[in-house]
Design a protein around this ligand. Structure first.
Ligand code: CU
Length: 155
């Protein structure tokens, strides 16, 4: 019985340690597939910062330029614009990047992205304490869906 309690304590300790190291959790990352002549696409994911922070920048070896965009209504036209200061991540809240909303814009693509590929992304997140962490991930490519609510991708 003693041994079992010890194991539980060790497990709890390692959990809280990894949470302290990684302030920002990324889940459900994916990239929209492209057709051969297409030079830009979007990457989507959910971000959750334990203590709050800001997604400052994103880079990928497969894209010459990567920006963080938002979609917003301008009159009755949906437009997208880069977020010059990055994307605010309120503490403990899940921020969703999705088609028609916030997205990571991959531009100047070096190759077509097809279903089954994966796209390396490096996310730089600045915490409330000013510390920066870089999160490396590989986002799977999903095929161009029938529903594409982001028609303004004309960089
Ligand atoms: Cu965009």
């Amino acid at each position: 019985m003693k041994l079992k309690h010890l194991a539980v304590a060790a497990f709890t300790a390692s959990l809280s340690m990894s949470a302290a190291l990684a302030q920002t959790a990324v889940s459900d990352a994916w990239v929209r597939g492209t057709v051969p002549a297409q030079k830009a696409t979007g990457a989507f994911m959910q971000l959750k910062s334990a203590q709050g922070g800001r997604l400052l920048s994103v880079a990928s070896p497969l894209a010459g330029v990567v920006e963080i965009h938002e979609m917003k209504m301008d009159g009755n036209v949906m437009k997208m614009a880069a977020l010059p200061k990055g994307l605010e991540l309120p503490a403990g809240q899940t921020v969703e990047l999705k088609p028609g909303g916030y997205h990571v814009m991959l531009m100047d693509l070096k190759q077509p992205l097809k279903d089954g590929d994966s796209v390396p992304l490096s996310l730089v997140v600045e915490g409330k304490d000013g510390k920066r962490e870089t999160i490396e991930l590989k986002a799977p490519v999903r095929p161009l869906g029938a529903a594409n609510p982001a028609p303004m991708h004309q960089h």
